[in-house]
Design a protein around this ligand. Structure first.
Ligand SMILES: C[S@@+](CC[C@H](N)C(=O)[O-])C[C@H]1O[C@@H](n2cnc3c(N)ncnc32)[C@H](O)[C@@H]1O
Length: 234
C-alpha cells in the first residue's frame, strides 16, 4: 500500500468502498425529512450505501457519483463486500478510535453496513442517471444541478491520497454543482487527525465568497468526529 509519492498511508490506508446505510447518512449529515425531499441531492462519493435507494423510494432524488460505478456490478459488489469487512476489521483492531452508541458493537457495525450494501446491490445495475461513474474534482453536471451536495468519507478522511490543493478543487467543484449547500463529513481522518490546512482551506473559500460553518451532528462513531462542514455561497 502506498500513496502516489511512495509513502505508506496512515490509518486505514487505501481508499476503500464502504456502504454506510441511510440511517447513518441521516445522522452524520443531520438531515431532516425536508432536507431529503426539497430537491435533488448529490451523494459523492456514493460508494455502496443505500442512501440513494431509500430516498428515491421516499419520492426524492439522489444522484450517486463514484468512479467505481464504471466497474460491472459482478466485479464491484464483491470488492465492496470485501472492503466492508476490511473497515470492520480496522474497527476491531483499533477500539480506542471508536465510541459505541450509534452501533451497539462491532458485530452490529458489520451487520448494518452489509445490510445497506445488499439494499444498494438490489438497485444497482451499472452506470445510469442515478449511478454516475465520475471522480472529483470533475463532475459531469452543469452549475447548480443539485440543491444539496453530500460528501462522506473521502475528503479529510484520506489526506495521504488527497492533498490541500485536491481538497480545495473538490470543495469548489461541489460548490459549483450545488445550488444551495454542500455538507462534508467527517472532518477527521482514520487516525482522528484533522488536516493542518483546514483553516487555510476555509479562508481560501471565504475569499471565493463562500460561508463555512462547522456544525455539530447527532452522530459519533469515530471518537470526536461529531461535526460536519457546511458550505454556502454568500
Ligand atoms: C470510504 S468510501 C465512502 C462511500 C460513502 N460515502 C460512505 O460514506 O460509505 C470512499 C469512496 O470514494 C471513492 N472515490 C475515490 N476517489 C474519488 C474521487 N476522486 N471522487 C469521487 N469518489 C472517489 C471510492 O471509489 C470509494 O467508493
Amino acid at each position: 500500500m502506498s500513496t502516489t509519492d511512495g509513502r505508506t498511508p496512515r490509518g486505514l490506508g487505501d481508499i476503500i468502498t464502504t456502504a454506510r446505510p441511510f440511517d447513518e447518512y441521516v445522522a452524520m449529515f443531520g438531515l431532516t425529512e425536508a432536507d431529503l425531499l426539497a430537491g435533488p441531492i448529490l451523494d459523492c462519493p456514493g460508494g455502496a450505501g443505500d442512501f440513494g435507494e431509500v430516498v428515491r423510494a421516499m419520492g426524492g432524488t439522489v444522484i450517486g457519483v463514484d468512479p467505481v460505478y464504471a466497474t460491472p456490478p459482478e466485479e464491484f459488489l464483491p470488492v465492496a463486500r470485501r472492503d466492508t469487512h476490511t473497515g470492520n476489521r480496522y474497527v476491531i483492531e483499533n477500539p480506542h478510535l471508536y465510541v459505541l452508541g450509534f452501533f451497539d458493537d462491532t458485530d452490529d457495525h458489520l451487520a448494518r453496513r452489509l445490510a445497506g450494501l445488499e439494499r444498494f446491490a438490489a438497485g444497482f445495475a451499472g452506470p445510469g442517471p442515478f449511478h454516475v461513474p465520475a471522480r472529483l474534482p470533475d463532475l459531469p453536471f452543469p452549475d447548480g444541478h443539485v440543491r444539496l451536495a453530500l460528501s462522506a468519507h473521502l475528503m479529510f478522511t484520506y489526506p495521504d491520497h488527497l492533498d490541500r490543493d485536491d481538497h480545495l478543487a473538490c470543495l469548489r467543484e461541489l460548490l459549483r454543482v450545488a445550488s444551495e449547500e454542500v455538507r462534508v463529513f467527517p472532518l477527521l481522518d482514520t487516525t482522528l487527525q484533522r488536516v493542518p490546512y483546514f483553516d487555510d482551506l476555509l479562508a481560501t473559500l471565504a475569499a471565493d465568497g463562500v460561508r463555512a460553518e462547522v456544525r455539530g451532528v447527532p452522530y459519533e462513531w469515530q471518537r470526536g468526529a461529531d461535526r460536519m462542514l457546511v458550505l454556502r455561497r454568500a
